[in-house]
Design a protein around this ligand. Structure first.
Ligand SMILES: [Zn+2]
Length: 205
């Protein structure tokens, strides 16, 4: 079957099953949303936050981008999609948790590693994955046995640090109103690894 007719067929199946089962919830959500959790995950087709967290509609406020990156705070007045969604989630919706979710075999992380080898990533991917440059160089300096996974984990930590450069995030965390988390998804096994705040290790849960 062609792709778009298949999409439309699946939409109709959603209306007949998932929507029908949640129709009352959808009607309430039509009036407004009150998610308690924001997830920042990769745009990768294999890493679907709502699926992984078995979420219902309205549970998760989600940003997805290449390599689940949060840039550092920058008030230059230009449009920043991550910053706008983050500000809305934290200051308007007042989410209680922000979860950065990385994953195995991340193409964005692989691009960061290959840019070190001077691969040409083009005018859009290059400046985005340059956000990982400093972290990548620190990871490579330690000569890990698995640079890809090590940088996937370290990139999550970098995004957690960058979150704290936003004054409204720092204020909410300091007030005890917001908690930041990191996790990493192993696609083949469906295993989620949660970052232990004390040790910094990513532990299967
Ligand atoms: Zn990815």
């Amino acid at each position: 079957m062609h792709t778009i007719p298949k999409l439309i067929d699946r939409y109709r199946a959603y209306r007949d099953t998932d929507y029908r089962d949640h129709a009352r919830l959808y009607q309430e959500l039509g009036e407004g949303q009150h998610p308690e959790v924001m997830v920042i995950s990769c745009a990768d087709s294999r890493v679907e936050p709502a699926e992984i967290f078995h979420a219902e509609p309205g549970d998760l406020f989600v940003i997805r981008n290449v390599a689940n990156l949060v840039p550092p705070y920058n008030d230059d007045g230009l449009p920043h999609s991550v910053d706008a969604a983050l500000a809305y989630a934290v200051t308007v919706l007042k989410v209680k948790h922000v979860v950065i979710m990385g994953h195995c075999s991340c193409g964005g992380v692989a691009a960061s590693l290959s840019s070190k080898a001077r691969d040409d990533l083009g005018p859009f991917i290059a400046p985005w994955v340059h956000l990982l440059d400093e972290t990548r160089d620190e990871v490579l300096a330690e000569d890990p046995s698995d640079p890809q996974t090590t940088l996937e984990h370290a990139g999550i930590v970098t995004s957690l640090h960058n979150l704290m450069t936003f004054p409204f995030v720092r204020d909410a965390v300091d007030a005890g109103d917001l908690i930041l988390h990191g996790c990493w998804f192993e696609i083949g096994t469906g295993q989620l690894h949660w970052r232990d705040k004390k040790t910094g290790e990513f532990v299967p849960i």
